[in-house]
Design a protein around this ligand. Structure first.
Ligand SMILES: Nc1nc2c(ncn2[C@@H]2O[C@H](COP(=O)(O)OP(=O)(O)OP(=O)(O)O)[C@@H](O)[C@H]2O)c(=O)[nH]1
Ligand SMILES: [Mg+2]
Length: 489
């Protein structure tokens, strides 16, 4: 006889069998049993309901604030998130230092590559005497450099220039191995994932990339505490960063000379070479960054740049007036191709910090080089203010990168050249920030059916002291609004 397949309803099921009333059960016994079963069911359901209510009370008592950080790419959202992390979970940043080292090396390598590529694209227009004569260092012979770079470099665009004995070509040749680390560093950070339409090979990272970078570095295996000999996470080494560190140490003088070279300086002053703020920061600190025992400082981490992909949630327990509230911070990717990922998070948001970089008046979107960044910020802010899902959300505006705005104005940049409506107003910091603020306030006024307040702050979110004070104010204001809405529920 073939064995019967067990069925969910099988009469032979051992549990059904065990629960079956005895065959000799009388009618009275059956009634008592049914009553007891009904009572057991009622108690069980009551316990479930009590647990549910307890969870609900706990959630309300602890409170949960959902805060979204919105704004275009490079506006400073992730940097602001780091400031929240520093304030509410400072030790967690220590665990991430080793992954930030990879980002900083990547930022440096990309910056040098960008300088060399720009130099090459302008070399015909630059006086050859100036171009070739400023470097005293003897480099490899041009033919040697030429042959070697052709044979081994994936960066053909960086091949030596034709002018023989050029100081810059010699330096370029010496920097080639370091430049070639661009690709492995990018792969390490992105985990090999590239985002289509990201243009110039921008590297995006998803939520949790910090620990993944360490895992990749260690071959998907975290060391046991005993293997680690009690060392701090930042001292865990991986072959790639060790290689880059050695190269940086060896090329340090070349990098410094390149950075200080009059041709590079002239290209920067003439705005033919545009460097990002993080490039300038790390090249300025190249002595420290290329030291063999380099560990990123908190300030370095705040200046490091890596683009966010999708939405990353960060949870902080915020103690406010003796009450602990769990803050869920959502840091979104601001590039145009990332903005569709924001909407599912609008539903039950309590507050938004919209970050608009006011220093970007002379910059255009990487995703769309025809769109001025201030214009894009205003358009995006219009969408946020008018979105019906967000009509009750507490709205905060950070007019950010004010330090860079000051520096640009001090360097003599004219706002009216890029924003024609600025007209003949005085080109000083105060007039410019107030002008931009007025535009954002106008957008808000025109899209403010609910008569909500817009809180604005002038910020430089790399400045820890000032930013933490502002975070404190924002936290109090959000919390007041949160208590009011909770009282209305
Ligand atoms: N000097 C200065 N640099 C800033 C400021 N805010 C942000 N930065 C730098 O600008 C770069 C971009 O900042 P992020 O915080 O990564 O920008 P983001 O808004 O998260 O960008 P996406 O993730 O692409 O949406 C980083 O190198 C920051 O250090 C600021 O107020 N002043
Ligand atoms: Mg980001």
């Amino acid at each position: 006889m073939s064995p019967r397949t067990p069925s969910l309803y099988s009469q032979d099921d051992p549990i059904t069998e065990a629960l079956k009333p005895p065959p000799s059960e009388t009618e009275t016994e059956r009634q008592i049993r049914l009553q007891e079963e009904a009572e057991a069911k009622r108690i069980s359901e009551q316990i479930d309901e009590d647990l549910r209510q307890e969870r609900e009370v706990l959630r309300r008592r602890r409170g949960e604030v959902k805060l979204l950080l919105l704004g275009q790419a490079e506006s400073g959202k992730s940097t602001l998130q780091k400031q929240f992390q520093l304030m509410y979970r400072p030790h967690s940043l220590d665990e991430e230092r080793v992954s930030w080292k990879t980002v900083i090396y990547f930022n440096v390598v990309r910056s040098i590559k960008h300088i060399l590529t720009t130099l090459e694209s302008w070399e015909g227009a630059i006086d050859p005497a100036e171009y070739g004569s400023k470097f005293g260092k003897p480099g490899p012979s041009t033919s040697q450099a030429h042959a070697s770079s052709r044979a081994s470099s994936p960066y053909r665009t960086l091949s030596p220039v034709s002018s023989s004995k050029s100081g810059i070509s010699a330096m370029r040749f010496r920097l080639l191995p370091l430049i070639a680390m661009d690709s492995p560093l990018a792969d390490r950070l992105s985990g090999g994932v590239t985002v289509s339409g990201s243009g110039k090979g921008t590297v995006f990272v998803r939520s949790g990339w910090q620990s993944r970078t360490v895992d990749f570095a260690l071959g998907h295996r975290r060391p046991q505490p005993t293997e680690n000999h009690g060392k701090a996470p930042e001292s865990v080494q991986d072959a790639l960063t060790v290689d880059v560190s050695r190269m940086l140490e060896a090329c340090q003088d070349d990098i410094k000379e390149l950075w200080a070279h009059p041709t590079v300086r002239n290209l920067i002053t003439g705005r033919r070479l545009k460097l990002d703020e993080w490039s300038e920061f790390f090249l300025h600190h190249i002595n420290r960054v290329s030291a063999p025992d380099y560990i990123p400082t908190t300030d370095d981490i705040l200046h490091a740049r890596i683009q966010t992909m999708g939405v990353a949630e960060h949870i902080f327990d915020v103690n406010i007036h003796g009450r602990t509230v769990s803050w869920h911070l959502f840091d979104v990717g601001g590039a145009r191709g990332q903005r569709h990922t924001w909407v599912p998070f609008f539903d039950d948001a309590n507050a938004i910090i919209f970050v608009a970089p006011v220093s970007a008046f002379d910059q255009y979107l990487e995703e769309d080089p025809r769109t001025n960044r201030i214009d894009d910020s205003l358009q995006l802010f219009t969408q946020i203010c008018s979105n019906p899902l967000l009509k009750n959300v507490h709205l905060v505006l950070f007019l950010n990168k004010t330090d860079l705005l000051k520096a640009k104005i001090d360097a003599g940049l004219h706002v009216a050249k890029y924003i024609t409506s600025f007209g003949t107003r005085k080109n000083d910091y105060e007039t410019v920030v107030q002008y931009f603020r007025a535009h954002f306030l106008q957008v808000h006024r025109r899209n403010n059916e609910n008569r909500r307040v817009l809180y604005t702050h002038f910020t430089s979110v790399v400045d820890t002291k000032a930013t933490q004070r502002i975070i404190g104010n924002v936290r109090d204001a959000i919390f007041r609004g949160y208590l009011q809405s909770a009282a209305l529920v």
